[in-house]
Design a protein around this ligand. Structure first.
Ligand SMILES: NC(=O)c1ccc[n+]([C@@H]2O[C@H](COP(=O)([O-])OP(=O)(O)OC[C@H]3O[C@@H](n4cnc5c(N)ncnc54)[C@H](O)[C@@H]3O)[C@@H](O)[C@H]2O)c1
Length: 328
């Protein structure tokens, strides 16, 4: 059985991947500093509280265990905050990831799966976005992902690292069990925030800009179910362990939904009525981000199972209704 170190594994996406790895007979070992994740998201799994910037702790861990691959979800994730405090993001998402690389290299662990993002593309020239599109991140957050992707290419040459860089579009939804789900504090993502409006009459959802060049004037995004992302991670590990080499893949559904369409979907799924306010455009928000995931489908054999927005929203709604969210 192959032991996979899942750094940042107690967060939203990581905890779903941990479950899927175990279902597929891998042995996940979760390593997380709990700055944004939760111990009870990975209850029942091997867990170590630690920071990816702690070289000594990682080195000890690599010596003690037989790790065949590292999957790194550990990162700060709020685009707006990264604009206000870029050093916080460069420190955690870049410097500390370099420390993780150093510990991996010194221990001879060379397989790495990276949570990259659609943010590496910035405002794309055309959609659907293919992996060969220029990487022109428009925020410090996006640049942290870009820097790590570039570093991985250097480490391939210098240290024989093999990496799969997975560029997620908008992760959404929750495990069917309803006991793990999206719980960022503060929450900045659209689907949970619209669900909040459905749950809490005192909360108003804000639409940031209605004058984009899209059918209804609001931003269009590609929503990908978190369990579809989890499937792709398992396929990516299998690819690396089979020695098939490094690659970058977009992970999205291939269809776009506008902010107003998400709001309508939440109204349909929850049956709730709630008010919507208008706000200013946010700097750096591209009008449309839609992935071409053809490469992941062809090379990894990946097929997203949740293709309808309402299905994704239903699973997120089940999670929110459980009341296990850790805050807003
Ligand atoms: N949520 C999305 O839609 C989305 C889209 C694209 C990319 N991503 C990327 O996917 C990854 C996971 O995102 P998420 O939504 O699950 O976020 P999350 O905040 O729920 O998970 C991140 C986890 O990393 C941990 N962490 C952060 N810094 C750490 C450090 N220095 N050492 C150890 N642990 C640390 C946090 O405690 C948390 O558990 C991130 O890298 C994010 O940038 C997310």
């Amino acid at each position: 059985m192959s032991e996979i170190l899942v750094t940042g594994g107690a967060g939203y996406i990581g905890s779903h991947v941990v479950r899927r790895l175990a279902e597929k007979n891998f042995t996940p070992l979760v390593y997380d500093n709990l700055s944004g994740g939760f111990r009870d998201f990975v209850r029942g799994f091997d867990f170590i509280e630690g920071d990816i910037g702690d070289y000594e702790a990682l080195t000890k861990l690599f010596r003690a265990r037989k790790i065949s691959c590292v999957m790194n979800f550990a990162s700060y994730i709020a685009v707006g905050e990264s604009v206000r405090d870029p050093l916080k993001y460069y420190d955690n998402n870049v410097s500390k990831t370099f420390t993780l690389f150093r510990a991996m290299r010194d221990a001879g662990v060379k397989n790495f799966i990276f949570s990259s993002s659609a943010a590496v593309y910035g405002d794309p020239e055309s959609t659907p976005i293919v992996e060969e599109s220029p990487l022109r991140p428009a925020s410090p957050y996006g640049r942290t992902k870009y820097f790590i992707e570039e570093a991985l290419r250097d480490l391939e040459v210098s240290d024989a690292f093999q990496s799969v860089r997975l560029r997620y579009f908008n992760a959404a939804g929750a495990d069917a069990s309803g006991d793990i789900g999206e719980s960022h504090v503060p929450e900045t993502h659209l689907v949970p925030l619209v669900l909040r409006a459905a749950l809490d009459p005192s909360y108003t959802i804000t639409v940031f800009g209605r004058n984009y060049d899209t059918a209804d004037g609001t931003c269009v995004r590609d929503y990908i179910h978190v369990n579809d992302l989890a499937d792709a991670h398992v396929l990516a590990v299998e690819r690396l362990l089979a020695g098939k080499g490094s690659a970058a893949y977009n992970l999205g559904n291939g269809s776009g939904f506008s902010v107003l369409e998400v709001i309508e979907s939440v109204r349909r799924v929850t049956g709730a009525s709630f008010s919507v306010a208008d706000g200013q455009r946010r700097p750096g928000d591209p009008a449309v981000l839609i992935a071409s995931s053809r490469k992941a489908m062809e090379e990894l054999g990946w097929t997203p199972r949740f293709t309808k927005l309402d299905e994704i929203v239903e699973t997120a709604w089940r999670w929110e209704r459980q009341g296990n969210r850790k805050g807003w």
